[in-house]
Ligand binder design. Structure first.
Ligand code: UDX
Length: 444
């Protein structure tokens, strides 16, 4: 079976390499010549643990081709649509321009028996709209027409390779009737390795498949904002949100995962997905069902305000003339992605308040600099910490967790630290002479 992948970003590039590693012939297209050029040379255009090695392995097999030309996709049996769906400018809705550009470019090359499998996160109803578009432009026999299915991706950055090869579950939304049954059989063949490994494969209708993805992300965002709301209450009462999360997390119905209180969620998915979901609910006349997601978003952004306030407090009420070391620029560790990064947002706000901000990150400095050129970036951790009046740990990279409070106290100008991710041992830092603050915890 031959597969194609459209869009060679975090999702598409990893999916293409993963499918080739399973033995499929894969051709991947993207409109970005620089990106395709780098991938052809075996160089990952982003940092993703395990991806370089996977890419090297599959490029050596000759089963994976990178292309700029949609004509190269023509003989594929299944086309995976993996383009981005960012937030539309001036609105909360999803911008589907890359989806439609890809569909229009693909249509002339589709075989009648092809399956178009959408993986991008889209507003519910998009799969049906694409199927309509294909039907309206189809020149051939209307009984032999490509089938559109939705096969959402749940990968986490930092674990993209693992999540692609061994996902928790696979969801395939197909249309009713024999065409849908045929497409489901094709998708079962595509994911035969995962099915053999007892990974659940759910075949459903298309709207359900589209909704599964946004519902999952809405739930995860809500879980994080729930614990961050508890952090606000803890701050008002002297309680400790980390112990609270541990205690409620022992309840198997709740679970401890995604109860990490701190500066909140960011990235290219959760923030824009909950907004697009609300916007879509409004279009469908069920906006009340999702008004709580606005609150989820608000709680999340209040955490950023709180981090700025706490850091300002630590330096005596004003950042003017103060050197502020920000540890972390990526939206989460093991990624170089700075999209909607809480760390960079907080750094930029402190810069705007007159702080002399120096940002360190093990992998994301180039992307951060492209996004906020006016901040100062320092690739050497010790140099970044040197002379700081206050240190903010905002992305929990392992090397920050491993910092020695006694040694670091010697490098800074003033031993003051905000642990924006609640990952350090506050007692050890206090014992080394630090004014130490967490998020939602006074004594942690
Ligand atoms: C997310 C979903 O997890 C994934 O299934 C989906 O396919 C895409 O969106 P990702 O954006 O890679 O993946 O990151 P994730 O690990 O979910 O973290 C999102 C944000 O939440 C990060 O900024 C992270 O720091 C933050 N977070 C996560 C918390 O603040 N607290 C937590 O307890 C967990």
């Amino acid at each position: 079976m031959k597969l194609s992948v459209i869009g060679a970003g975090y999702l598409g590039a990893v999916h293409a390499a993963a499918m080739a590693s399973l033995g499929f012939d894969v051709v991947a297209v993207d409109v970005d010549a620089d990106r395709i050029g780098r991938l052809r040379d075996g160089a990952a255009p982003f940092y993703e643990p395990g991806f370089d090695a996977l890419l090297a392995d599959v490029m050596a097999t000759g089963r994976l081709t990178w292309s700029l030309d949609y004509a190269d996709l023509a003989d594929a049996d299944v086309h995976f649509l993996c383009v981005g769906t960012p937030q539309r400018r001036g609105s909360h809705a999803a911008d589907l321009r890359y989806v439609w550009d890809a569909v229009e470019a693909l249509i002339p090359h589709l075989r009648p028996d092809a399956v178009l499998a959408g993986k991008s996160t889209v507003p519910v109803g998009t799969a049906a709209a694409i199927a309509d578009r294909i039907a309206r432009t189809w020149q051939g026999d209307s009984d032999h027409i490509p089938v559109v299915v939705w096969n959402p991706e749940f990968l986490r950055e930092g674990f993209a390779v693992e999540d692609t090869l061994r996902p928790d579950r696979i969801v395939v939304g197909v249309p009713d009737g024999p065409a849908g049954e045929r497409a489901a059989a094709v998708m079962r063949e595509v994911y035969a390795t995962q099915v053999a490994a007892s990974i659940p494969l759910l075949v459903t209708d298309r709207p359900t498949a589209e909704l599964v993805k946004v519902a999952a992300n809405a739930f995860l965002a809500t879980k994080i904002s729930f614990i961050n709301a508890m952090a606000e209450v803890c701050e008002a009462t002297g309680a400790d949100v980390v112990t609270l999360a541990d205690a409620i997390g022992y309840d198997a119905r709740i679970g401890r995962k995604f109860l990490g209180a701190g500066v909140g969620f960011g990235g290219g998915c959760l923030p824009k997905d909950i907004r697009a979901f609300s916007a879509r609910a409004g279009e469908l006349g069920v906006d009340q069902a999702l008004t709580f997601l606005r609150e989820v978003d608000d709680i999340n952004s209040r955490r950023r305000d709180r981090a700025v306030e706490t850091a300002r407090d630590l330096v005596g009420g004003s950042f003017r003339g103060r050197r502020v070391c920000v540890l972390g620029a990526a939206f989460k560790p093991n990624s170089d992605d700075v999209r909607d990064s809480p760390a960079l947002d907080i750094a930029a706000r402190i810069h705007n308040e007159g702080g002399q901000v120096v940002v360190h990150d093990p992998k994301a400095l180039a992307n951060a600099e492209a996004r906020f050129p006016s901040l100062r970036y320092e690739p050497d951790l010790r140099a970044a910490l040197g002379g700081a009046d206050v240190v903010l740990l905002l992305t929990e990279w392992q090397e920050y967790r491993d910092l020695d409070p006694v040694a670091v106290a010697e490098w800074v100008a003033g031993p003051r630290l905000l642990d924006g991710r609640n990952v350090l041992d506050g007692a050890a830092w206090r014992a080394a002479g630090w004014s130490f603050r967490g998020m939602g915890r006074e004594h942690g």
